[in-house]
Design a protein. Structure first.
Length: 260
């Protein structure tokens, strides 16, 4: 069994593709450098991630795949599903050998699996684009918290940079413990002390004066729009799954106006 050990980055994956063609050894599995199975594997190849390898493989993929095909690869990578790195290695190997026909061959199980992964993360990203709720902090930054199954921040940041181009904003992923901050100077990654977070987002004492009042107005509007006699909890959860409720301001306990 041939095993390649890499740094578990997308650039490392492309470097592994480069090494496989140079060595004429194609791995059965890719493993992270800290995995016990990788450390115990005899004769495993250590992949060195280098920009020149990444650029050469990426240029070749651009000639073989359409823009949509390249997007599917990125989205499948962001899925972080178990076994996705081995799947993507096989897919890229086939794409480079096929002469540009791979991405349309849904009869191939690897191509179909990549297509399904990309579609799944695309659906989740589309939902989060509608369910993200920003809160204005005392520093004037609009802050939102998400808890996605997949690594959506690389997709969501482009969406919100277009919609909120003139605002300073940040989105924090509590599953992967990192966030993306945007202002006129561009994107920056950050981390935060998660003791500052609570259901609904940031702790109330960190919000701008008046933010809780605006949230209470939104909760009142949300409640007033509901027709109590036609309330259908099952349909509501189908359209707005419960897993998104934790950070939706309209689904938090309603505070009395006197507490604001």
């Amino acid at each position: 069994m041939v095993i390649f050990i890499y740094d578990q980055t997308f650039e490392g994956l492309l470097s592994a593709i480069y090494d496989a063609y140079i060595l004429k050894r194609f791995p059965d599995h890719l493993r992270g450098s800290g995995e016990l199975a990788a450390l115990a594997a005899p004769g495993a190849h250590q992949v060195e991630t280098r920009p020149d390898k990444v650029e050469r493989v990426f240029r070749s993929l651009c000639r073989k795949l359409t823009r949509q095909g390249l997007q599917q690869i990125l989205m499948a990578w962001l899925s972080e599903e178990t076994g996705s790195e081995d799947l993507l290695f096989r897919y890229l190997h086939k794409a480079l050998d096929s002469g540009g026909r791979t991405e349309k061959d849904l009869g191939d199980p690897d191509v179909l699996a990549v297509w399904r992964l990309a579609r799944k993360i695309g659906r989740e990203a589309e939902r989060y684009a509608g369910f993200v709720r920003f809160q204005k902090t005392g520093q004037g930054v609009y802050f939102a918290v998400i808890e996605p199954r997949h690594n959506l921040l690389p997709l969501l940041k482009r969406h919100f940079a277009g919609r909120l181009a003139g605002q300073a904003w940040a989105i924090y992923d509590t599953v992967r413990h990192y966030g993306v901050f945007w202002d006129k100077s561009g994107f920056r990654d950050f981390t935060v002390d998660e003791a500052l977070l609570c259901d609904g987002g940031l702790r109330p004492d960190l919000l701008e004066e008046g933010e809780r009042f605006l949230q209470r107005l939104w909760q009142s509007y949300f409640a007033a729009c509901a027709v109590r006699e036609r309330l259908n909890q099952r349909q509501q959860q189908r359209c707005m799954p419960r897993k998104y409720w934790k950070y939706l301001s309209e689904k938090q306990p309603v505070r009395p106006w006197t507490d604001l």
